[in-house]
Structure formats: C-alpha cells, structure tokens
Design a protein around this ligand. Structure first.
Ligand code: AHR
Length: 496
C-alpha cells in the first residue's frame, strides 16, 4: 500500500486544548456590523446581535474568539466605546480607513461571547498607546469594585468581572502596515513593561507576545529571539500568523500549505527554545497561532489603497471553493499534530471577513465550504492527539519542495479514535491504517473533495459546492478487508 498510518493509543503528542478551535472578530469590514451585530435584522436578539450568526458560530464549534483586532487594535481607544451608546463618538480607524461608529465595544462583545459560551481573547493597543491604557482595560474587564476602571464597568451596568484570561500584547508589531509599528527592541521593552503591569493587576492571565507577522518577514527569527529575550519569563505564548492561497494556478503548492505551516511552527518553537536554553530556563513558551486561514491576499489592494469608507464596507470578503476547504482541513491536521506546542489557534476570521460564515445585511447567513472541515474537526478532535507514524509517497512542489502526499492526525477520547487524513495528490490513494492496541469499529466518516471551479459569491454557490464536495464518507464501502481487524485499508479520493 503506498501510504501507511500507524497508531497506538498509548503514544500521544499531548492533550488537545479546546482553544485550538478559536476564531477572530475584528472591527474590519462587516465582521462586527452586519456580521455578528445587526439590530433590526429579523433574527436580532434583544442586544442587537444576529441569532442566525450566533447559531452558525455554535455549529462551527468555535471555543474562543479574539477581539477587537488585528490591525484595528493598534489605533483603538477602548474607553471611547464603553458607556451610553448615544454618547460615543465615531472615529477614523487608520488600519482599514473606515469610520468606526463605536456602537459595539468591550461590553457588548464580552457579553455576546458570554451568552454564546465563547471564551474571549482580548488584544491591547501597543501601537499608539502603552502600559497605562493596557492596564486600565484589564482592570475594566477583570477588576473588582473599588477601583476607577472596575467602577466604571459597574457604572456601565456590569457588576461581575468578565475574568478574561487570554491577552495579546498588541498585534503584528513588526509589520510596516501597522499603526505605531515598532522595532523588536522597542516592542520587546514595551511588551515587557505592559505585560508586567498587567500581571500585577491580575496574575491569573495568560499573555501572548507578538511574533512575526509571517515567516516571510525579513526580520523573522531575529524578531522572535529579541522579543522573547525581553519577555521570556513573563509571557506564556508567542503569536504566529499565516495565510495561504493558490498563486499562479500552482495547485500542488497550495495543497501542500500544511507543510509550510508545519515548518513555520517548528521554526518558531526552535527560536523560543533557543532563548530558553540560553537563559537556562525550564519554562517552555507555547504558540498562539492567533491568525490562520486561506486568504487570497493577491486580490487585496492593500490597506493604504483603501478609500476612506463608513457604514461597514465590504473588505476582504473572500469567497471559498472546495479546494480552499481541503487546504483548511490539511492545516487543521498540522495544528493537531502540534497539540503539545500550539494550545491556541484562531481561524481568521469568523464572519464575512475571510470567514467560514457569510451574511447579507438584512438577509441570510450561510456556511462557506471551509466551514465544514473546521466544524467537523472541532467536534471530533477530542482528548489527546496521538503521535502517529506516517509513511507516504511525496509530491514535488515549487513552493515547498517535496511534501508528503498524505498527511494524518488522530485523537483519542474515551476509547473513540478520530482519524483525520488528507490526500494532497490528484490520484486516489490507498492508506493502510494499522491500529495497534485495539481493533476499531467504524462509527462515522466525512470527506471534503476539492473542485476546479472558481468560487462564486452567495449562498447558492456555497450550497452547490457543499452538495458536490462535502458529505458522509462511506468508510465501510471504502475499507478493504475487515474493519474490525487491527489493520484497515482506506481509499482516499483525489485532493481530499
Ligand atoms: O485578519 C486580517 C488582518 O490580517 C489582521 O488585521 C492583521 O493582524 C493581519 O495582517
């Protein structure tokens, strides 16, 4: 058989942190306004949030949501978006050149997350602001009555602290596009000072230091080293961001994107460990992969070329195909295989902006093809990630060299194994799955296959792609031999 996966229930990578199935809502385009929030929409709840979007968010299985940015946070004044809505003033967000009405702010978002059972992940502005504002926001969110900012929250109608656990120290501070961009030393010092003060307010929080905006940044590696030299003892995670898309019709490289993600994770982990080794620290920095997805950045004119707009304009509303969904599945396999090192990951983003959920203002909400692999993985990847041995033929790609044609991840919880397989090749592939330890009975199977059609905007096309490319995988029908034996052979469809 050309590919083989060997699993044993005792060999594990680590427990899958539920925060691996996070997402992201930024004040960008229609993510907030006409995305999660639209008073007057037929499904709007008493707080003006769309019920249809919240229901799809639950179905997607999202556990944590990062907010309020992204690039947006680097020029955000959170205090201007709390208190009576009619007294809040709009401001010009320089990141996306959009007039932000400040109708949804910290309280509205955190209460939405709470109602939906989502753990919030907040970011502080270290672009145009600093230690004082970061500490004030944390006190506003987590403080008990009796201090200025906690009392302001209470005056604004929220008695109980929100107890937000996860905090990003800024966003993509190495990016030339970032408002208030810093060099690694400037950022490292600021992150250390802000983080230290924040932990004095609430020692129970977890902090994320900004890593490089992508592996392609010229300062990649050096940035991680410098930032962590300032912050190693203080922060818990270093961030990673990566977006993948098909370039010039190079399908093979696009399908191999998981290999690029895998190398990126290994390199960031190595950079962090080098700092730890140098300081003889026993602490291990983990990774918050707080932005990842397929994003056709080549179609985006760039932030600086956006006109100044208002009223929730359509910005980077990528429409996804079955091919994109297969790549999303492959990226999830990569994340699962690093469960020991990556406890937090956010599919960027949740609604309308490079998102699995789309909406029409006043109209329907629907699932993009990328919704399905995410929702199914979030549902089935429970318990521990298994340390698999995978052998597979390779494919030669322009962008990543030789990549395996088949990738695999597996989880185990209460005797139930979930096995995630991708076939990146254009041919069907037989995979022998050897499960040492116990014979397996097959409960369910799901598959997504790639398409060759360009994606078209709208719910009809999304449904058509779903009907043709996503659905139950007839495992029994595809298994050669006895499915109850300790080895089974499954045939994977091409590009699936
Ligand atoms: O997710 C869209 C943008 O991508 C975010 O604002 C930024 O952090 C990244 O460059």
């Amino acid at each position: 058989s050309p590919a083989r996966v060997l699993l044993h229930p005792d060999f594990t990578v680590g427990t899958v942190d539920r925060r691996l199935f996070g997402s992201f809502v930024e004040h960008l385009g229609r993510a907030v306004y006409t995305g999660i929030h639209e008073p007057g929409h037929p499904t709007a709840d008493g707080h003006g949030f769309r019920r249809d979007v919240a229901d799809l968010t639950r179905e997607l299985g999202v556990t944590t949501v990062r907010y309020p940015g992204g690039n947006f946070v680097s020029n955000y004044r959170w205090e201007d978006a709390v208190g009576p809505v009619e007294q809040r003033k709009p401001f010009l967000d320089l990141a996306w050149r959009t007039v932000e009405p400040n109708v949804v702010g910290t309280d509205e978002f955190l209460q939405w997350a709470e109602r939906e059972g989502i753990q919030p992940m907040m970011a502080v502005n270290l672009g145009t602001r600093g230690v004082e504002e970061a500490v004030a926001l944390l006190e506003y969110c987590n403080g008990e009555a009796g201090t200025r900012w906690a009392d302001l929250r209470i005056a604004n109608g929220r008695e109980k602290p929100y107890d937000v656990k996860l905090w990003c120290l800024g966003n993509e501070m190495d990016g030339p596009w970032q408002v208030g961009r810093k060099d690694a030393h400037e950022y490292g010092k600021l992150a250390r000072n802000a983080g230290r003060a924040m932990k004095q307010v609430d020692p129970s929080i977890e902090l994320v230091a900004c890593g490089s905006s992508s592996m392609e940044m010229p300062t990649f590696g050096e940035w991680e080293r410098t930032v962590l030299e300032y912050t190693y003892d203080l922060v818990d995670h270093i961030s990673m961001h990566a977006y993948y898309h098909e370039v010039d019709g190079d399908r093979a490289s696009f399908l191999g994107s998981g290999t690029a993600m895998d190398r990126f994770i290994e390199r960031v982990a190595a950079s962090a460990d080098a700092v730890g080794a140098q300081s003889r620290s026993d602490k291990r920095i983990t990774i918050s992969f707080d932005e990842w997805n397929v994003w056709y950045q080549s179609r985006f004119p760039g932030e600086d070329n956006l006109p100044i707009q208002k009223d929730a304009p359509r910005i980077i509303e990528d429409v996804y195909s079955g091919l994109d969904a297969v790549v999303v599945g492959d990226l999830l396999v990569t994340l699962l295989n690093h469960a020991d090192r990556v406890p937090v990951a956010c599919l960027a983003q949740l609604v309308n902006v490079i998102a699995p959920i789309m909406t029409e203002p006043g109209g329907e909400a629907w699932r993009q093809p990328t919704f399905h692999p995410f929702a199914t993985t979030a549902r089935l990847a429970q318990g521990d990630a298994l340390d698999l041995r995978v052998s597979a033929p390779t494919i030669t790609t322009k962008a990543h060299g030789e990549v395996p044609a088949v990738t695999a991840a597996a989880t185990l919880a209460d005797g139930a194994v979930a096995l995630f397989l991708t076939n990146r090749s254009a041919e069907p592939v037989e995979v022998e799955v050897a499960h040492l330890g116990a014979a397996l009975e097959i409960a369910e199977g799901w598959s997504m296959t790639a398409d060759h059609e360009p994606a078209v905007v709208g719910p009809e096309h999304a449904e058509k792609v779903t009907a043709e490319h996503w659905g139950e995988f007839d495992v029994a029908g595809r298994v050669a031999g006895d499915a109850g034996a300790s080895s089974t052979t499954v045939t994977l469809p091409p590009e699936s």
